[in-house]
Design a protein around this ligand. Structure first.
Ligand code: SF4
Ligand code: SF4
Length: 139
């Protein structure tokens, strides 16, 4: 089974089509809608999680693309909210890549997003909710 979070962009001509129904009925793909909107140009944007057997998933993606739907991965990013950080240092001991680290000689916690592999260990370790996981849709 595959489970993927995606951003689907629909051209105005396709917005009225019952894609979620078709994915379920014709392709055995479960589509969990996380967010949906239509812009002033009548183009649709759907953030979904698709869950299916690999071959059904591939067939469903081909179907969507054949109908003019643009498909983008929904990327996750860790954001350090510096103003919430109490400088306790708990995250720096468990961060496997040194993305959260102690700057010396100041002895202050810093974050280097380039080193982050989004393992999410810091989300559980931080008592102050100073690290957050955010989804980027490539827009
Ligand atoms: S998600 Fe993982 S790699 Fe990224 S800052 Fe947190 S602990 Fe470090
Ligand atoms: S665990 Fe949270 S509060 Fe503590 S240093 Fe890390 S980000 Fe700051």
């Amino acid at each position: 089974m595959v489970r993927r979070k995606l951003v689907l962009r629909f051209p105005a001509s396709a917005v009225e089509n019952p894609f979620v129904y078709t994915l379920a009925k014709e392709y055995n793909v479960v589509a969990n809608i996380l967010k949906a909107n239509i812009n002033p140009r009548k183009e649709g944007r759907l953030v979904v999680e698709l869950y299916a057997e690999e071959k059904d998933y591939e067939a469903a993606i081909d179907f969507l693309q054949s109908r003019g739907v643009t498909i983008l991965p929904l990327a996750q990013q860790i954001v350090w909210v510096e103003e919430n950080c109490t400088q306790c240092g708990a995250c720096t001991g468990i961060c496997p890549t040194g993305a959260l680290w102690i700057k010396r000689p100041e002895m202050t916690v810093s974050f280097d997003g380039e080193k982050c592999i989004v393992c999410e260990h810091c989300l559980k370790a931080c008592p102050a909710r100073a690290v957050e996981a955010r989804y980027l849709s490539g827009e």
